[in-house]
Design a protein around this ligand. Structure first.
Ligand SMILES: [Zn+2]
Length: 346
């Protein structure tokens, strides 16, 4: 009866509308950059590793934001997103001037003793809001990479001390250690580190760890939000197999007078559109659905009732998108308006 998003969990009925558990502005700080390579080892430069990791972290948060079914809504500020010099005070200024809620600095560790290895995470003080996030990052990073757990620590690092908001600094692993460097420089490991930092942030804000889904499902049921039809359409439960609590029906006629299902699409892309009706011998054998791109798809509503039937795949832009069912077809039948499902982008 309502416009649902992301029907990927069992708790369909609880998802009444777009809702995120939390909204926050996060500053992501890839260490070093430009003329400062940071640590080097095993053919890698820290500035490159941590930029790639930070961009993957940002991508996870953006995906979480686009997915309204769980997780958070994050606005992201990067201290750098390319290979450039940014001073330590410059990094603090970016976070402070943007009034970010959290500051998360990403680094690789290094030591002259190449046997040194493992993961550690810092805050300026503890216990504090900073150390709460720090602790959760450490937990999630150990879970993601399973490197030696060097524990959580405090330090007066410049960016921890001179940022106005709770701040953390992650030393993901040692670029100078051969085994650790597989992780620091590995693209899929960097992606998992980004995801681990997203999980930590979600947990820090009291949310269950949530992996955002790329493709989303929008169902618009008759009578609920997003559905409209003239009073010539009537609600009925006469034929079983309807979606939700009932369906709408209308006698066919030489006018369009369409029933309409509108979904607010969050992300542009390719979507499958499905229709649900109840089948009976008095249904239109050629019921004309009009897709958002204007294409008309005629379906036989005397068959395939009580299930999703693919009408077609169309390219949709973000925003309201409407599928219609006209009653203008062979006279002497009924057209049935029950539910429409949009699935994508994919
Ligand atoms: Zn560093």
């Amino acid at each position: 009866m309502t416009l649902y998003r992301n029907l990927t969990t069992a708790a369909l009925a609880a998802v009444a509308a777009l809702s995120w558990g939390v909204t926050a502005k996060v500053c992501i700080d890839p260490g070093h950059g430009g003329s400062d390579p940071g640590a080097v080892g095993n053919g890698q430069q820290e500035k490159t590793n941590v930029l790639n990791t930070s961009l993957k972290f940002k991508a996870w948060l953006d995906k979480d934001t686009q997915d309204g079914n769980g997780g958070g809504s994050w606005s992201i500020v990067m201290t750098r997103s390319t290979d450039v010099d940014v001073s330590l005070q410059g990094r603090c200024d970016i976070a402070n001037n943007n009034a970010c809620n959290r500051f998360m600095s990403i680094h690789n560790n290094a030591a002259s003793d190449t046997s040194a290895n493992g993961t550690e995470t810092y805050s300026y003080t503890a216990p504090s809001t900073s150390s709460d996030l720090r602790d959760k990052i450490q937990t999630r990073m150990i879970e993601a990479w399973n490197r030696t757990n060097r524990g959580v620590k405090t330090a007066g690092f410049y960016v921890l001390k001179y940022t106005n908001m709770p701040a953390t600094l992650s030393e993901l692993a040692f670029i100078t250690n051969a085994a650790d460097s597989v992780y620091t420089g590995g693209s899929s490991w960097q992606d998992l580190a980004g995801k681990a930092h997203m999980f930590a942030l979600q947990n820090h804000y009291g949310l269950t760890a949530y992996t955002p889904q790329t493709a989303q499902t929008y169902i618009v049921d008759n009578g609920g939000a997003g559905f409209s039809a003239s009073s010539n359409w009537f609600a009925s439960t006469s034929v079983a197999g309807y979606y939700g609590t009932n369906y709408h029906a209308r006698a066919t006629a030489s006018v369009s007078d369409p029933a309409q299902w509108t979904a607010n699409i969050a992300t542009s892309g390719s979507y499958q559109i499905y229709a649900w009706w109840t089948a009976a011998s008095n249904r239109a054998p050629s019921a004309p659905y009009i897709l958002p791109n204007g294409t008309t798809v005629n379906v036989n509503q005397q068959a395939n009732g009580g299930k999703w039937n693919l009408l077609g795949t169309v390219s949709l832009s973000a925003g309201n998108q409407t599928t219609k069912l006209s009653c203008w077809t062979t006279s002497g039948y009924y057209v049935i308006a029950d539910a429409i499902k949009y699935y994508g982008p994919n």
